[in-house]
Design a protein around this ligand. Sequence first.
Ligand code: FES
Length: 80
Amino acid sequence: MISITVDEEWFEGRDGQTIAGVLIGSGRITWRTAQTGERGVFCGIGVCHDCLVTVNGLPGVRACQRTAGDGDVIESEVRA
Ligand code: FES
C-alpha cells in the first residue's frame, strides 16, 4: 500500500497504481479546473493532458501516466 496527499487530502492506493488510478479508486473523478469545467481523466493514455497535476512541486505531470509514489504530495492545477 502507498499513501499520497492531494490538495491536502490523504488517499491510499496499491503499489503500481497511477495517481489517476488512486484518485478514481477513491471516488475523486475530477482534480483540474479549465475553461471547459472540471477535468480529470479523458483519454487515460497520456495524449489529451486533461489530467495534469503538480507532483512534489513539478507542474504539468499527467496523472494517468505517473505511478503514485508513497508520500507524493500532489496539487490540482487551474488552467485558464
Ligand atoms: S487522461 Fe489524457 S493524458 Fe491523462
